[in-house]
Design a protein around this ligand. Structure first.
Ligand code: NAI
Length: 397
């Protein structure tokens, strides 16, 4: 059963639904220009990028598209310098036509910056999650925002399952002992549990949320739950043997483990605040690989400190790179455990980088050739949302 469903999902019939544009075929309005200015804001790879050319998402390896763009006569600026008016990013924006950036080191394209960027026509997210662009402002200026949908969803789903396990099993306490010359089994085991018999739920059951539930099939959880305002096909729902709940409150009140897998948008910013976290079961675990700003940073740190949350893990932060004194770096539960945070990398494995670099290239080539984009990749276009995943909107949810 599962392989057939997998093929079904990969063949796009399923998850194209979540991203079906209002008009199936739309051509980009820009006249194919002779030469355009393209800017990429990527993270610095340093020595690692020099030694490992498959680190494509870095300023050194430039998504592998630098030679092609320059051969075509286009100008290509690549930078990691993205903060403040004197940054390379902000200084080059006013005459940039195509902006590429990545959620791992996002160039935050605010409404104010969009106002000052009259030539900007296309924003490409090398990865998944385009919340770093003010999408309403992009609509106002009829800028297209496209991402490489699906490129790293398996990478993230695997990371979610790993994070759930490392929290529930209190892995980091044991690992710390192993590398620090200690051996105190009781102090690990006093906070270690089995995932078997627990209730796990996802907020958002799109490409990632669904794959997380798929991957949890073998753990004999007591129940798998999902909450999403969009539906999934009956066959797909049946294959994950999970129960849909009607509200977020209903989800959080029942779950031992919550995993967040929805985009950051107006309705999810700060969603897991003190009040909602307070409704979670005492001693439950929260995993967030979606976006840091979906969770109130102080509320999560406080809940962990008090023991209301037993653990919090993820790779996304409300500011990236996260400052050295970010509360999520040092927060623990009363037993000094429960912190499964890492820098934002779950969706940028070497396997994922190849897929999102290829996908970004395809989006740019289509734009430059005046061809329509793959509808599954389009977030906003022609002044409107082309996806149903960025919040309930009139008639589209
Ligand atoms: P998707 O578009 O396939 O699915 C997202 C689902 O969330 C949709 O079904 C949508 O209806 C649902 N949703 C939106 N708002 C919701 C709400 N308020 N409550 C419940 N459900 C809601 O997107 P996909 O590919 O699953 O990715 C989800 C998010 O994961 C991305 O937007 C991105 O922020 C994050 N992500 C993180 C990565 C990482 O490296 N940590 C890499 C890739 C994605």
């Amino acid at each position: 059963m599962l392989p057939r469903i997998n093929t079904f999902i990969k063949s796009s019939a399923f998850f194209q639904l979540a991203r079906r544009p209002l008009h199936p075929i739309r051509t980009l309005t820009s006249t194919p220009p002779n030469m355009v200015k393209v800017m990429a804001v990527l993270y610095k790879g340093g020595k690692a990028a020099q030694e490992e050319p498959r680190l494509l998402g870095t300023i050194e390896n430039k998504l592998g598209i630098s030679d092609w763009l320059r051969e075509q006569g286009h100008e290509f600026i690549v930078t990691e310098d993205k903060e403040g008016p004197d940054s390379v990013f902000q200084k080059n924006l006013p005459d940039t036509e195509i902006l590429i950036t990545t959620p791992f080191h996002p160039g935050y394209l605010t409404a104010d910056l969009i106002e000052k960027s009259p030539k900007l026509r296309l924003c490409v997210t090398a990865g998944v999650g385009s919340d770093h662009v003010d999408l309403n402002a992009a609509n106002k200026h009829k800028i297209t925002v496209a991402e490489v949908s699906g490129s790293n969803v398996t990478s993230v789903a695997e990371h979610v399952v790993m994070s759930i396990l490392l929290l529930v099993r209190n892995f980091t306490t044991g690992h710390d002992q192993a590398i620090n010359g200690k051996w105190d089994v009781a102090s690990i085991a006093r906070d270690a549990y089995d995932l078997e018999g627990k209730v796990v739920g996802t907020v958002g059951c799109g490409r990632i949320g669904y794959r997380v539930l798929q991957r949890l099939q073998g753990f004999d959880c007591k129940e798998l739950l999902w909450f999403d305002y969009n539906d999934i096909p009956a066959d797909a729902a049946k294959s994950i043997n999970a129960r849909r709940v009607n509200s977020l409150e209903e989800l959080v009140e029942q779950c031992d483990v919550i995993t967040i897998n929805c985009p950051l948008h107006e309705q999810t910013r700060g969603l897991f605040n003190k009040e909602l976290i307070g409704k979670m079961k005492k001693g439950s675990w929260l995993v967030n690989t979606a976006r840091g700003a979906i969770v109130d940073a102080d509320a999560a740190a406080e809940a962990l400190k008090s023991g209301h949350l037993r653990g919090y893990a993820g790779d996304v932060w409300n500011v990236q790179p996260a400052p050295a004194d970010h509360p999520w770096r040092s927060m623990t539960n009363p037993l000094g455990a429960g912190n499964g945070m890492v820098p934002h990398y779950s969706g940028t494995t070497l396997d994922a980088q190849k897929r999102y670099a290829d996908g970004a290239f395809d989006i740019i080539k289509r734009y430059l050739a005046g061809e329509p984009q793959n509808p599954a990749n389009v977030i906003v276009e022609n002044g409107d949302y082309a996806t149903k995943a960025y919040g309930k909107r009139d008639g589209k949810a």
